[in-house]
Write a protein that binds this ligand. Structure first.
Ligand code: AMP
Ligand code: MG
Length: 370
């Protein structure tokens, strides 16, 4: 018997300032066997980072540990928002084209990692995607299909190469007026890492952190078995699992277009953009899941691989140490890296496993063989 345990991410606005900024994709949910039902977790849920964050600790702890973990998460929410009072990123954005802004080391590090992924992906991952996020308004009441002229106007502002980082004073300068950093593709992962660090330092050995579908598990289940993390079947009601990842001390992060989108003339416009064209990506992928031991990197990686498409995304994951991935296409094909053999089981009969395309170098889109 399996018991759906966590993951009830928000849809649309949550009322928190970052709600319009960070992804709310309900990517994964946890399932646990009933074998350790006797251990009652200490659980807390808060709306933050534009989603529902739940931390469940499977041992006796002083609840002040949870206070500290959530305080840190809320601090990240506040300082890394694209807009809003108290946000360091908003200050950097406001000074675009004017001058550099000194930020705290953690904000600087997340931005630097984001820029690094921009370099690694040749701009498929681009944290200066802010003007596109603002223009399209996906997930907000203002969501709409922009005109080609509107898109053409903001596209020159989306370019990670126009961010000047100064390691000496931790300052960030956006070279063109109107540029905006948006950390929605990476900040939730960083926040999960930080919360896990605080819990681990306090002696927590068994816990689940669910950041709106970004899952991080500390240790194993109380009975010593691996955690069972269910991967949400894209486009099926929440709680339908494509399959299960059995893992310990890992993070499982999914990017997908299936919760935050609008449809015009049968075309789905979702929240993950191809920064080169200014439109949501259209490459037949419907979800990419990354398994790793670093949630910030997994977060950046899942968004990157989603934009890169099956072929290039797979190459990127394979070339990056310590990452495994599951790619799902709109034709029901599931591809996963060899590191997940024996770790991930594909359970939904309407999907079938495929081998990754041979290294033809031909396409960045999926070309399922069935
Ligand atoms: P995720 O759910 O982690 O894949 O992140 C999606 C979020 O990242 C979006 O809601 C935007 O805030 C931001 N984003 C969208 N497209 C990109 C992109 N190409 N590169 C980096 N961040 C992006
Ligand atoms: Mg991401």
């Amino acid at each position: 018997m399996k018991t759906p345990l966590v993951s009830e991410p928000s849809r649309g606005r949550t009322g928190t300032p970052i709600a319009q900024i960070l992804s709310v994709v309900a990517a994964v949910a946890l399932v646990l066997s009933c074998s350790h039902a006797s251990v009652t977790p200490v659980t807390r849920t808060e709306l933050t980072l534009g989603t529902t964050v739940t931390i469940s600790v499977y041992q006796k702890i002083n609840e002040k540990v949870l206070d500290r973990a959530f305080a840190r998460v809320n601090e990240i929410d506040k300082t890394m928002n694209r807009v809003g009072d108290g946000s360091e990123i908003a200050k950097v954005n406001a000074q675009a084209g004017t001058g550099p802004v000194v930020v705290t080391p953690d904000v600087y590090d997340v931005v630097r990692t984001g820029i690094h992924f921009g370099e690694l992906t040749d701009g498929a991952f681009d944290i200066t995607v802010g003007p596109l996020v603002a223009l399209w308004g996906i997930g907000t009441d203002d969501a709409h299909l922009p005109t080609q002229a509107e898109i053409a106007k903001v596209l020159p502002l989306v370019d990670y190469r126009l961010v000047t980082l100064n390691d000496a004073d931790h300052s960030i300068y956006l070279q063109k007026k109107g540029m905006q950093i948006d950390l929605g593709g990476i900040a939730k992962g960083y926040a999960a890492d930080e919360a896990a660090r605080i819990l681990s330092e306090a002696g927590v050995k068994s816990a689940i952190l669910d950041f709106g579908g970004n899952i991080l598990v500390i240790g194993s289940k109380p009975d010593g078995d691996p955690w069972r993390v269910g991967i949400q079947t894209p486009d099926k009601p929440r709680g339908n699992y494509l399959g299960i990842v059995r893992t310990s001390n890992r993070t499982i992060v999914t990017s997908g277009p299936y919760e935050r989108y609008f449809v015009v003339d049968g075309v789905r416009y979702h929240h993950i953009f191809d920064p080169k064209i200014g439109y949501p990506t259209q490459n037949h992928l419907i979800s990419v899941t990354i398994e790793s031991d670093d949630s910030m990197l997994a977060d950046a990686m899942s968004t990157s691989a989603f934009v890169l498409g099956l072929k290039k995304g797979h190459d990127f994951v394979e070339g990056y140490k310590g990452m495994d991935a599951i790619f799902v296409t709109d034709s029901g094909s599931v591809y996963f890296t060899s590191g997940l053999d024996g770790v991930f089981t594909l359970d939904d009969p309407s999907y079938h496993r495929e081998s990754f395309p041979a290294d033809s170098g031909s396409t960045e889109s999926t070309s399922p063989s069935s």
